[in-house]
Design a protein around this ligand. Sequence first.
Ligand code: SAM
Ligand code: DTB
Ligand code: SF4
Length: 328
Amino acid sequence: MLDTIPATAAEASRHDWTREEVEALFALPFTELLFRAQTVHRQHHRANAVQASQLCSIKTGGCPEDCGYCNQSAKFKTGLTASRLMAVEAVVAEAEAARASGASRFCMGAAWREPKDRDMDTLTEMVCRVKAMGLETCMTLGMLSDSQARALSDAGLDYYNHNIDTSPEDYSRVISTRTFEDRIETLERVRQSGMKVCCGGIIGMGEQAEDRAGLLIALARMTPHPESVPINALVPVRGTPLGDEVLDGEKQISGIEFARVIAIARIMMPASMVRLSAGREAMSDETQALCFAAGANSIFVGERLLTTDNPGESRDEALFRELGLELF
Ligand code: SAM
Ligand code: DTB
Ligand code: SF4
């Protein structure tokens, strides 16, 4: 069976991964899997360089969607205070601070099902101003219409983040207010508009092992692969249905299982940037090191993600110095 598993980067543009192949990757001995992922990684990327993105929550909370992991949904009582869309100047000030602390990309996130057309001028101005500072730009605003995707692309937005979160089969367990197909439609609009796609998922929210395989297969089926693939570890927040399940039960997954997902994402999408995204705050340095060895080559920097804590500059500086990794 092992002979059928591709071991090299000759597979860079494959979109036809079968479930059997992916399950065979999940069944590999951990060190064998890590070796394969690291081999692929070095054929496509600088071995010891990790890209740094900084998040900014430009509109927090009060979201009408019911994503079971998210403390920004208006449907769950999590104690989060909702706020209105930030002013352009305030966003620019945050971007300046992010650039000063070494981020190369600024990712603006809004707790919306979709943007309102009346907000588009403000959003495109944010893109122009942040881009003019020499930062790469990314936004995540929910579903987009064709004209909204075109407007953001015309303003110079480099990346649009829109996660599929889990496998198609598991989607309705996690979210009931939209479908997996809604997600794919927006991703197609983003691709059509010429922006780069940032799309990934969340691990550790009570999904089955086959859903982790299904998530990666769905991502790798996208043609071309998403340029950026965020793999989030669930940040369990009290009051969210999936956060409560994890906090009350034994659904937490091990760092080794998480690194396995990173390694398989790296093998299946060799040229993509694979981001070790949410969840680093609760991870040991050793688990993070395993994820970098497995081929993760991007992180979120700064003290906060959107609403929850992130390691911050001093812990990251110490970790990167210890590992001999360069942030760019
Ligand atoms: N509302 C927009 C949307 O859903 O596309 C953009 C913001 S939403 C917070 C962006 C992504 O953050 C989600 O798709 C999900 O993958 C991730 N996310 C949200 N809450 C999380 C949590 N508690 N732990 C890990 N990832 C989370
Ligand atoms: C992504 O995949 N993860 C980021 C970003 N894209 C928008 C968001 C993580 C959010 C974690 C929970 C919070 O801080 O609110
Ligand atoms: Fe709203 Fe996005 Fe949170 Fe879902 S993930 S509740 S769409 S902010």
